[in-house]
Structure formats: C-alpha cells, structure tokens
Design a protein around this ligand. Structure first.
Ligand SMILES: Cc1cc2nc3c(=O)[nH]c(=O)nc-3n(C[C@H](O)[C@H](O)[C@H](O)COP(=O)(O)OP(=O)(O)OC[C@H]3O[C@@H](n4cnc5c(N)ncnc54)[C@H](O)[C@@H]3O)c2cc1C
Length: 426
C-alpha cells in the first residue's frame, strides 16, 4: 500500500489537514493519494473531553465516524495504531488490531508514503509522582468515559453515605483542570435536582496547582477572574502546592494533605514515549522537534499540533492548543498541495495567537482576544466569552463538515439538550 501523503492521528489538527487535502484533490485523486490513520474509529474533538468526563456531553452523540468523514472529504481512512516508522525507507507499520476479548481483528500492516505528517497529540505529565496510577486522566475518549462511569457511581455512593459528601481533587490548574472543575459542579447540581432532599450530598472540588497561579500560560487577568469564579462556585483553588503522592483517600502536597476520593491528573504536557523510537529528534517531553516549516529531522516527515515542538517567539515553543493545531493544519495543507502539484512553497509557519478562552460551565467563560480593532487586546467574560469558546468547536466542525452540516448539527444538539437535559446518566 502506498499513499503520497499519510497523516497519522485524526485529532484537532490531523483530521482538518486530511479533510482539506482530500477536498482540494477531489473524490478520486483525494482517496488515492491521501490517507488518514487513527487508532479510534470515532472522532471526538479533544477540548470536549472534560464535558464527557462530567457527563454534560454524550460521547456517542458527539462522535463523528472517521469512515463517513473520509467519504465526504475524499481521503482514505485506515484504522490502526502506528507502532513503527522508518524514515529511511519511508514506511510505517500499523499494529495488529484486537477486539475487547484480545482476539485479532486485523493483521499488522505496512504502508509506504511520499510524505508523512505526524499529528498524534500528547498526554499529561505524571512527573513520576508516587501513586499516580490511582488518578484518572483525560487523554482519550475512553479515559473520559471511564471517569464519567466512576463519577456517577461515586455520586450515588455519596448520596447514601453518612457524611453525604464526595471529594474530587484535580491536579493541574491549566485549562483542562479549570474547565473540568466548573463542569463537575454543573453536573452535580443537575444530578441533585431530580433527587429527594434526603439524598442530596455535597461535592467538594479542589484544583491543585504547583505554580503560583492557575492558568499560568494565560494573562494574569484571566487567571484572577477564573480563580474568583471557581471560588464563588465553591471550588478550593490551591496554588504553590506540589503533589508528592496520590494516596488512597487523599493527595499529599507540599502545602498539606487534601482529602480526595477521586483524583484527576491534568498536569503538564508529555508526548508518547514511543516517539523516541521513530528515528527522529525529540525533546525532553518526547515531542518531535520541528523547524519553522514544521519539518522533522528526516526528509519528507512533518509534525504538527501537541506532538510537535515548534519554535515560536522569544525562544519559546508554540503552545499545545487546538488553535495552534488548526493553524498548522491550514499551513501544511497549502505546502503539501503545492508539493503534490510539483510546486514549491517556501514560507515559514507563523503562529498567530488570537487569544485564549476558558469555559467556566454553562453560560460562563473568560478570556482575551488578541489583536482586535487597532491591534488592541480585549478582555471578554460571561456569556460572550462562552459563545466565543463554543465558536472554536464550530470552526473545527466547519473545517471537516462544511457550513450546512455544521449548522444542522449545532441545532440538533441544542434541541437534544433541551429535550433530554444536560446530564447523561446512562
Ligand atoms: C479537557 C481538555 C480541554 C481542552 N481545552 C482546550 C481549549 O479550550 N482550547 C484549546 O486551544 N485547546 C484545548 N485543549 C488542548 C487541545 O485539545 C489540543 O491542543 C489539541 O487537541 C491538539 O490537537 P492534535 O491534533 O495535536 O492532537 P489530538 O487532538 O490529541 O489528536 C491526536 C490523535 O492522534 C491519534 N493517535 C495518537 N497516537 C496514535 C498512533 N500511534 N496511531 C494512530 N493514531 C494515533 C489519537 O487517537 C487522536 O485522534 C484541551 C485539552 C483537553 C484534554
């Protein structure tokens, strides 16, 4: 099997890239020349994982099937996990696929490529903290679904317990941790509404951050507003608190112990350790080192999104954000289309930071918009910020579904929530 362009990883960046290339090449040439590989068969936009974890979004309704997206956007989809790549022979291997009972459903496959784009994302960084295996993570859809199941059981247990309380600690005060904390409180209040008063229970949520403030990568004003909003909702925000151990019923930190029946680990960014075996230069956090044209250290291999360490301004790297993956996908689509048409594009990738938005539950958000009218930056909050936050998701849908389907899907989901409520209990 050979494809001119193989994109590995159909997330925020990789899927948009494959869709743009396929649509530009058309039904026949797109499918012959471009392939997307993903280990899952359903695409979920990663920034919604905290909503799936809290149960305020249903993964089965939210998920879009890769084979359907491939047909509509004219690329080929191959389901499988890339286990090896050889930059010298320009080939890669997809491991054998197994069903839930461990029985093989597809054999190991090898394919060759003209150009390979790695867009395999990243996960959190446990910093080898003792007991971290007791914590839940939000790296894949399955992780979010697992946490949701455990959370619902814990809600029920708490409602019958003598203390009538449940404690959840979230390690990491980045966007994932902050958004999850707000979403958990929404889920809890919706859950409580349907129950008799005797079964109501308290939910204690703590966000634990080693740095002096939460949302450290964002402007200080966002961090202050988010802290105030979370504290008003009853979330305990602990900063300068380094977690030293995840124990059975608590977190041990440099600022003292925090009771925690459930712990979610959402700290740091670390790419897969398997990136070290790809024969490419990688960083200390296993990200693939790329230049300002997203080129990795071997010819015809590119990397984008969270799995790539790409130079930015003042010696920093481009942050691991959906916004960056989206812009890199647009840039590479232009470069690779030119290459397929045997033309050369020699302009570097320039990341434009349009600002940052953080969701603080239904109807509330906070953020900044950069370079607005006259190049000024704007601070936004409340419903306006929340709508803008939601528009990022719509932009992703627009890139892979087009305008009409994006609008229809948005209306369908709104109606669904109106009919069956926000919280998924099954
Ligand atoms: C809860 C949460 C909230 C977030 N909120 C925001 C936000 O508000 N704004 C923002 O900008 N960013 C946010 N982010 C970060 C954002 O999700 C990422 O920056 C973005 O998804 C990165 O896109 P990507 O394409 O690099 O990787 P991903 O979207 O992670 O996609 C990687 C894909 O690669 C596939 N894959 C991985 N390994 C393999 C393999 N070996 N073989 C085959 N397939 C493989 C995976 O299945 C996945 O589909 C959030 C993240 C989380 C977890």
């Amino acid at each position: 099997m050979h494809y001119d362009v193989v994109v590995v990883g159909g997330g925020a960046g990789g899927l948009e890239l494959a869709a743009r290339l396929g649509r530009a090449l058309g039904p026949r040439r797109g499918r012959e020349r471009v392939a997307l590989i993903d280990r899952a068969v359903i695409h979920i936009w990663k920034p919604t994982l905290h909503e799936i974890a809290a149960g305020t979004l249903d993964a089965h309704q939210e998920g879009l099937s890769y084979p359907v997206l491939a047909r509509r956007n004219h690329f080929s989809f191959l389901m499988g996990e890339m286990t090896r790549m050889d930059p010298a022979t320009k080939s890669l291997t997809l491991g054998e696929l197994l069903d839930s009972h461990g029985r093989p459903i597809s054999p190991e496959r090898t394919l060759s490529f003209g150009v390979c784009v790695l867009a395999v994302g990243s996960g959190s960084n446990s910093f080898n903290t003792p007991g971290v295996e007791r914590a839940y993570v939000l790296e894949r859809t399955e992780d979010a679904e697992l946490f949701h199941k455990v959370l619902l059981a814990a809600f029920t247990r708490a409602s019958f317990s003598s203390g009538r309380a449940l404690s959840v600690a979230i390690v990491g005060g980045g966007a994932t941790g902050v958004e999850l904390a707000a979403e958990l409180l929404e889920a809890h209040s919706e859950y409580q509404e349907g129950f008799v008063a005797e079964q109501r229970f308290r939910l204690d949520v703590a966000v634990v951050e080693a740095a002096p403030r939460i949302l450290g990568g964002l402007p200080e004003k966002i961090s202050r507003q988010a802290t105030t909003a979370l504290e008003r909702k009853g979330v305990r925000v602990l900063t300068d608190a380094m977690v030293t151990r995840v124990a059975e019923d608590r977190l041990e930190t440099s600022a003292g112990d925090i009771p925690a029946e459930l712990v979610v680990w959402a700290a740091g960014v670390k790419a897969a350790s398997s990136n070290a075996g790809l024969g490419l230069e990688i960083s200390r956090s296993n990200q693939i080192v790329v230049d300002d044209r997203l080129r990795a250290s071997a010819p015809d291999i590119y990397a984008l999104g969270d799995c790539a360490q790409c130079p930015w301004e003042e010696g920093r790297s481009i942050p691991a954000r959906a916004q960056a993956a989206h812009q890199q996908a647009s840039y590479l689509a232009g470069v690779l289309l030119a290459k397929l048409r045997e033309r050369e594009v020699d302009k570097p990738f320039v990341y434009r930071d349009f600002g940052s938005l953080v969701s603080l539950g239904e109807g509330r958000g906070v953020g900044t918009l950069m370079g607005g009218l006259g190049g000024r930056n704007f601070f936004v909050e409340g419903l306006v910020a929340k709508w803008m936050y939601m528009s990022l998701h719509l932009m992703h849908h627009h890139a892979i579904l087009g305008s009409v389907r994006t609008a229809l899907l948005a209306v369908a989901r709104l109606l669904q929530k109106r009919v069956s409520g926000r919280l998924k209990l099954h």
